[in-house]
Design a protein around this ligand. Sequence first.
Ligand code: AMP
Length: 190
Amino acid sequence: MNIVIFGPPGAGKGTQSNLIEEKFKLHQLSTGELLRQEITNQTQLGNKISTIINSGNLVSDKIVDDLIEKYVSNKIYKNRLIFDGYPRNLTQAKNLNVLLMKYNQKINIVLKLSVSLETIKKRISERKSLEKRADDSEDIAIKRYETYENNIRPVIEFYKQSNLLRVVNGEGSITEINDEISGLIDSMKG
Ligand code: AMP
């Protein structure tokens, strides 16, 4: 079972990925996290990409595709991956299909957490009283939401056409959302 998960910042994608990772014994692959690790470890790649990442731009498709291949080619992770933060554009989506085919795998399901901008704003204001995150200003949140939705639209359309897309109502509680996702994954296995 390989899963791709999408959701705008604030949709609870991280939380849900962690839950299904544990429940279904999968391995979560967050390209953002992998790239940040390269920077922290000051690898050759890390030094090359730190300016790009810090400016909020996307790194090249070649860089992320190479990172992803390390995992797709590793038997330990065969048919056990949750792709998070990847693919970010149509080229990456197509590359991922080719890569999975090369290693005799495929995407089984694509989950999109659907959350309104209103709900995201509400969650941010609730969280503000608990912990103040640097990126929690409402204006920035709106900008990130709109940028995300616009950029990811063609990728979502691509998966819709291949009949893999399942839209999950992200408005509920963590448990409700998790139940819906678990049900979808179970139905794929059966
Ligand atoms: P994230 O943690 O997913 O928000 O990613 C943080 C940063 O890493 C992004 O702003 C991009 O610069 C870079 N990044 C993460 N995933 C990708 C990707 N699939 N393609 C290109 N750049 C990416």
